[in-house]
Design a protein around this ligand. Structure first.
Ligand code: 2DT
Length: 217
């Protein structure tokens, strides 16, 4: 046991937990379940998502996604990144105040979707450098074909089987050994069980003062 003087007090903070995966992989329904789980266990928690369509930048992204406007691939990539940068300081202050953030999509979507269009991966990562690095990245793994069987896609720009296949490959190339890969074909209850375990462990590490780190340095 290490004795700590009061001046060595560890800064407890909230955890930054990111859910990633293909469209309709089940992220959104799990995300609400995690919120109630964490709240019931006495944690402050907020659900965030990217793109955040409520900001000015977010509205430009949204009209692109619903095919109301066309934008150059690099231009839209930078808008997605700017949309995270405009939330970065709020994100950090929430975490410092002890609130855990469960985030539906983050920089990994940014790189996976844009590189699936043929943009260079390193070019795609560059504007993300310096954003907060998540304490956990959870990937809900399900094949594009399975996802289509689940009831098909809406009419948004990226919701097409061929493109989703390429996105799945981009995610694979981007993932590293720290990612928590969860089988998205399991029942909602079984997925939830695994997520609860991952999330609780991560929240505890952050309460114990895990330091912040930044993406891709
Ligand atoms: P939702 O359907 O989850 O709202 O996502 N996307 C998302 C990108 O291309 N780059 C990004 O940086 C992010 C966060 C994924 C809308 C679509 O936008 C894609 C699906």
């Amino acid at each position: 046991q290490i004795h700590m003087a009061s001046s060595d007090k560890i800064d407890s903070r909230g955890a930054l937990i990111v859910l990633e995966g293909l469209d309709r992989c089940g992220k959104t329904s799990q995300y609400a379940r995690l919120q109630s789980y964490l709240e019931e266990s006495g944690n402050a928690v907020e659900l965030w998502r990217f793109p955040d369509r409520n900001t000015g930048v977010g509205q430009m992204i949204s009209s692109y996604l619903v095919n109301q406007t066309n934008l150059d691939d690099r231009a839209v990539h930078l808008l997605f990144s700017a949309n995270r940068w405009e939330k970065r300081s709020l994100m950090e202050s929430k975490l410092r105040s002890g609130t855990t953030l469960i985030v539906d999509r983050y920089s990994f979507s940014g790189v996976a979707f844009s590189s699936a269009k043929g943009l260079d991966v390193e070019w795609c990562k560059a504007p993300e450098v310096g954003l907060l690095d998540p304490d956990a990245v959870i990937y809900l793994d399900i094949s594009p074909e399975k996802v289509v069987e689940r009831g098909g896609y809406g009419g948004e720009r990226y919701e097409k089987l061929e493109f989703q296949k390429t996105v799945a490959q981009s995610y694979k190339a981007l993932s590293d050994s720290t990612w928590k890969i969860v089988d998205g074909t399991l029942s909602i209850e079984d997925v939830e069980k695994q997520l609860r375990q991952i999330v609780m462990e991560c929240v505890q590490q952050c309460q114990n003062g895990k330091p912040f780190s930044q993406l891709w340095r």
